[in-house]
Design a protein around this ligand. Structure first.
Ligand code: GAR
Length: 193
């Protein structure tokens, strides 16, 4: 894996589709002295992503790509990332599934955060599924992205207790609060390996 900081911070793009609360926590982390990354770009497939406003607040370049023709779009994104010398992608609530070709072009340099204790509950509606199955815990996972959905090597995880009164919404809120801490820790971990 060609993930090395040398003396400079690794230029990073964060891909979002929605609210962008993980994006915000990553931006805040990237400003700390100990951070090995600098966030240079926010990419979204959705022009209505609320998280895009963090680009304005933190003066980070934003780029919206239309995924209707995904193969062509992915080629455009790859070119754009190359032009900007981006060397790490953090998926943060990005709801498009990237192609094998795209992932191979960024091999070992794409991370994702997922709201479950993988390998349990890949895909969507993770909290609802955990509650229906009467699980005692849910949680979140940061992992490397490979060509199989939510199946890449796990970097770290955080457990969250499910209470009897929890709804998918209340559980999502508790897990999200942990995600904001877990993603920066995962980044520190991979750069210290
Ligand atoms: C987060 O809970 C993230 O784990 C999840 O979407 C939410 C995005 O929140 N990602 C997935 O479900 C990907 N499969 P945010 O936009 O506030 O960061």
């Amino acid at each position: 894996m060609a993930l090395s900081t040398g003396s400079k911070r690794v230029k990073t793009a964060v891909f979002i589709s929605g609210t962008g609360s993980n994006l915000k926590s990553l931006i805040k982390f990237s400003k700390l002295k100990k951070s090995p990354i600098s966030i240079e770009l926010i990419v979204s497939n959705n022009p209505k992503s609320k998280g895009l406003h963090f680009g304005k607040i933190f003066k980070i370049r934003k780029k919206i790509f239309n995924f209707k023709k995904q193969t062509i779009t992915e080629k455009e994104i790859l070119l754009y990332l190359k032009k900007r010398k981006i060397n790490l992608i953090c998926l943060a609530g990005f709801l498009k599934i990237l192609s094998k070709n795209f992932i191979q072009n960024f091999d070992g340099k794409i991370l994702n955060i997922h709201p479950s204790l993988l390998p349990k509950y890949k895909g969507l509606n993770t909290h609802k599924r955990a509650i229906i199955n009467k699980d005692e815990h849910s949680g979140c996972t940061v992992h490397f992205v490979n060509s199989k959905l939510d199946s890449g090597k796990i970097i770290n995880q955080k457990k969250v207790k499910i209470n009897k009164s929890d709804t998918p919404q209340s559980l999502a809120k508790k897990v999200l609060a942990q995600e904001h801490k877990l993603y920066p820790k995962a980044i520190l971990k991979i750069f210290s390996l």
